[in-house]
Design a protein around this ligand. Structure first.
Ligand code: SF4
Length: 459
């Protein structure tokens, strides 16, 4: 089993697969060179971005991510202002300190190559790195794949089911090894435990319970801080689309709206919290993958609106995140959370499903009702395409998180009105999402070659 803390990763915007993953890959590549005793001999690095990483890499900040990774920075801990300054310096000097230690010549304009025509068979987000010595001889080269949510894998790992994905290193034997919703529900029924209880028992094999609690609390805090920044930061988002941040204006109106508008305002609150996060993400700010950056607004918005009680907010947030995390793991293990593989159903659809299940748990739903909520949350996102305008994580992504949040709440409400198993199970809808993703044209899978991306004129 994986840990739910691998679903909720702290990173920077705008994309988990195109920003966080490539940072981690570039860093890993140089660490492997270092372990092989090659770092001191490297004089040249070439980075080839393939498939979706090339097609939407510029809008998703992938070249910048590559530089941060080569510098040895960690997406979880890097200081965004210092990182920006380091990138300006590389662009001006054409020199880069490998892992922050050894300076070599590096020109981002020519040493990062966008291979638009290379669509890798193993996964659409390929990244091939080559290290050469001063004579131009190859010292080390390797291809990795950014598989969504900040996860990555080498070709060998993707080709070997037993170690499928880089996540293999984080796999543990746990007391309740569920690989399907059916397994998970059976454990809950046999042991008379909630989904969150099952998750915490499994997490105990990764680390002490107090540390899991601390880390979940930290994730909740970072999510809420991201909302606060987004609500207070005005202006135009970077990237050239001229998209104005809307969250601060909506928030301002809401704060001063008369109480008589309360019935209509539920959607406004949910919308504004989700949009605040995704505007921060689009601006390259700090966000938590949930399960990806593009879909990072839905889970924090639900926490902000439904989990912050005076007495039990810590408990509620942990129950919510543990339950949502379990559902996210099911999608990760049985299908994919990569927009480049599944379209947006694999990002916003999965986030909606996770949030619906988590909220049903917070509202006291049984494990079956939680599974039903998660199923409904995905059922009505099936077929959702990924067609970001200008390759930027802005249109439709920001509003889509707002809509996904409202849909998650509705899914949880619907699920709580029925106690029995629904006609469509969570496992069936996950498999349907997977098959739909495989059948979907590549035009609609994070390539910006179809949908809104070709029908909206950039100006
Ligand atoms: S459309 Fe969806 S999957 Fe595509 S970049 Fe936007 S949020 Fe991510």
């Amino acid at each position: 089993m994986l840990s739910i803390l691998q679903v909720f990763r702290v990173g920077i915007g705008p994309s988990s697969s195109h920003t966080v993953g490539p940072i981690r890959i570039a860093r890993r590549f140089l660490s492997e060179c270092d372990q092989a005793g090659l770092l001191d001999r490297i004089e040249q690095i070439k980075v080839h971005l393939q498939g979706s990483l090339a097609l939407t890499g510029i809008g998703h900040g992938t070249p910048r991510a590559v530089l941060l990774g080569l510098l040895g920075l960690d997406p979880e801990t890097l200081d965004i202002q210092m990182a920006d300054a380091a990138i300006v310096q590389i662009e001006q000097t054409r020199r880069l300190a490998l892992l922050g230690r050894r300076d070599i010549g590096f020109d981002p304009a020519t040493d990062i190559i966008l291979d638009y025509d290379v669509i890798p068979d193993l996964h659409p987000n390929g990244m091939h790195l080559i290290a050469r010595n001063g004579s131009g001889q190859t010292l080390f080269e390797k291809t990795y794949y950014s598989t969504g949510g900040g996860f990555f894998a080498s070709a060998e790992q993707l080709q070997t089911p037993a170690t499928n994905d880089q996540i293999a290193s984080g796999v543990r034997t746990v007391p309740y090894p569920f690989t399907s919703a059916e397994d998970l529900l059976a454990f809950c029924a046999d042991q008379n435990l909630s989904m969150a209880d099952i998750v915490f028992a499994n997490e105990d094999t990764f680390r002490a319970r107090a540390e899991t609690v601390r880390q979940l609390d930290r994730i909740g805090e970072i999510m809420l801080a991201c909302i606060d920044r987004g609500l207070q930061t005005d202006g135009i988002l970077p990237g050239g689309l001229d998209v104005k941040r809307r969250a601060p204006g909506i928030w301002d109106k809401l704060k001063h709206a008369p109480p008589s508008n309360e019935r209509e305002q539920l959607f406004d609150w949910l919308n504004v919290y989700a949009m605040a996060v995704n505007e921060e993400n689009a601006a390259g700010g700090q966000v938590v993958t949930a399960p990806t950056n593009g879909a990072a607004g839905i889970i924090p918005a639900i926490i902000k609106h439904y989990c912050l009680d005076a007495e039990a907010s810590g408990e509620k947030i942990r129950t919510f995140l543990a339950t949502a995390g379990a559902i996210g793991l099911l999608y990760k293990q049985r299908a994919s959370i990569s927009g480049a593989e599944m379209g947006c159903q694999g990002e916003v659809g999965v986030a909606c499903s996770m949030a619906a299940g988590g909220l049903a748990a917070v509202w006291g739903g049984t494990p079956q009702q939680v599974a039903n909520a998660a199923e409904i949350g995905m059922e009505h996102n099936l077929g959702l395409t990924c067609d970001p305008v200008g390759g930027l994580v802005q249109i439709p992504c920001i509003e889509r998180n707002a809509i996904g949040t409202v849909k998650a709440v509705n899914a949880a409400r619907l699920a709580l009105h029925a106690s029995e198993r629904m006609k469509v199970s969570l496992d069936q809808v996950i498999e349907t999402m997977r098959q739909t993703g495989l059948d979907m044209s590549t035009k609609y899978k994070e390539t910006s070659q179809g949908g809104l991306a070709v029908n909206v004129v950039e100006c």
